[in-house]
Ligand binder design. Structure first.
Ligand code: XMP
Length: 327
C-alpha cells in the first residue's frame, strides 16, 4: 500500500541509477510539482543539481522570497535566481490580447531559461569539464495520461506550463513524479519537510499575474493587483477555506473605470474581480459560495488598502460557460 516514505526511497534509488555522477538542472516555478521533483532529486544526488528560478515580475507577493529563503533553507538546494522583471515588462508593453501575452511570456521565459542554462554549462565546464545532461520535470501521472504516455521527450502542454520547451533542448528528462497524483505529491513534499506555503499551494497559471490584468501590463498595475491578491489569499486562508476552494483568481479590470466616492471626494478607479471556484480538475468548475461577511471584509480591505481600486465585484459564473481565468 501507498506510503510516502517508500515512494521517496524508491525514487531516490531510481534517480541515482539514472543520472550517476551527471549534472542536472531544474527550473522552479514556485509551484508544488517542480518544488517536490527538485527536492527528490536533491535528496538523491545533492549538489549535482542546480535549480533556476525566473523572476519575471508576474509573481505573487512573497513568492520569490518563499523559494529563495524558505525552500532553499528546507532543502539546501543550489539555486540561481534570474531577475528579468524589466525584460518582461518591456516585451509586454502595450499588449492586451490574452494569447499574445501568453506567447510573449512563454518566449521570454524560454529565452531566459536557456541563457541561465548556457551560463551554468559554461561555469560547469570551467569547474570540471562536465556539462549538464539532465533536466528535471515535475510531470505528474495525469499529465502523462493526457499527453498519450510518451516518455523521454521534453514535450509539455503549453496550456499548463509556460510555453513548453524548445525542440533543441538536448536533455535527458528526469521525471520522479510520473506515477503520482497531486495529493501524493503534496504528501511527499510534506514528508520531505518543504514549506507548507509551497506544498499546499493552489494552482496558479504559468503566465502569472500577466493574464489577470484585463488590459495591458504595467508595473503600477502589477503592484496594485499583487496587493489585492495578497489580501484575498490572506483572508481566505484566515477563514479556513483553502481546501474548499480550488483557486481564486483575483482579476484587475485595467481597461474599466467606474465612479465612486471615498473620503471627501469622487473617485474614478478600477474594479477588482473575485473569482473563487470549486473544482475537481479545473475542466469544470462552480463558483464558490463564500460567506457574505467574508466577502464584505475582503471588499472593505481592498478598497481601503489598494490605491486606484474603488469597487470589488464577484464572478458568479460556472465553467462552462466561463473559464476559470478571465484571459
Ligand atoms: P481555464 O481558465 O482554462 O483554466 O478554465 C483552467 C486551469 O488552468 C490554469 N491556466 C493556466 N495555466 N498556463 C498555465 O500554466 C496558462 O496559460 C493557463 N491558463 C489557465 C488556470 O489557472 C486553471 O487552474
Amino acid at each position: 500500500d501507498w506510503n510516502s516514505g517508500n515512494v521517496i526511497a524508491e525514487q531516490v534509488a531510481k534517480i541515482r541509477a539514472q543520472v550517476g555522477t551527471g549534472k542536472v538542472i531544474c527550473g522552479l516555478s514556485g509551484g508544488v510539482d517542480s518544488a517536490v521533483a527538485a527536492a527528490l532529486v536533491h535528496k538523491a544526488i545533492g549538489d549535482q543539481l542546480v535549480c533556476v528560478f525566473v523572476d519575471h515580475g508576474l509573481l505573487r507577493e512573497d513568492e520569490r522570497r518563499q523559494v529563495e529563503e524558505d525552500y532553499v533553507k528546507a532543502t539546501g538546494i543550489r539555486l540561481v535566481t534570474v531577475d528579468v522583471r524589466e525584460q518582461f515588462l518591456d516585451a509586454l508593453k502595450g499588449v492586451s490580447d490574452p494569447e499574445t501575452k501568453r506567447k510573449i511570456i512563454g518566449r521570454e521565459f524560454i529565452r531566459t531559461f536557456e541563457q541561465a542554462q548556457a551560463e551554468l554549462i559554461e561555469e560547469a565546464k570551467e569547474i570540471d569539464g562536465d556539462p549538464i545532461r539532465f533536466l528535471v520535470q515535475g510531470t505528474l501521472y495525469p499529465d502523462v495520461v493526457e499527453s498519450g504516455g510518451g516518455s523521454g521527450t521534453a514535450n509539455i502542454k503549453s496550456h499548463h506550463n509556460v510555453g513548453g520547451l524548445p525542440d533543441d533542448l538536448k536533455f535527458e528528462l528526469v521525471e520522479p513524479l510520473r506515477t503520482l497524483f497531486k495529493d501524493e505529491v503534496r504528501a511527499i513534499g510534506a514528508e520531505l519537510g518543504l514549506p507548507a506555503e509551497i506544498v499546499q499551494r493552489q494552482p496558479f497559471p504559468g503566465p502569472g499575474l500577466g493574464i489577470r490584468i484585463v488590459g495591458s501590463i504595467t508595473q503600477e498595475r502589477l503592484d496594485l493587483l499583487r496587493k489585492a491578491d495578497a489580501i484575498v489569499r490572506f483572508e481566505l486562508t484566515a477563514a479556513g477555506l483553502d481546501r474548499e476552494i480550488w483557486q481564486c483568481p483575483v482579476v484587475l479590470l485595467a481597461d474599466v473605470r467606474s465612479v465612486g466616492v471615498q473620503g471627501d471626494g469622487r473617485t474614478y478607479g478600477h474594479p477588482i474581480v473575485l473569482r473563487p471556484v470549486s473544482s475537481e480538475d479545473a475542466m469544470t468548475a462552480d463558483w464558490t459560495r463564500l460567506p457574505y461577511d467574508l466577502l464584505a471584509k475582503i471588499s472593505n480591505r481592498i478598497t481601503n488598502e489598494v490605491d486606484g481600486v474603488n469597487r470589488v465585484v464577484l464572478d458568479v459564473t460556472s465553467k462552462p460557460p466561463g473559464t476559470i481565468e478571465w484571459e
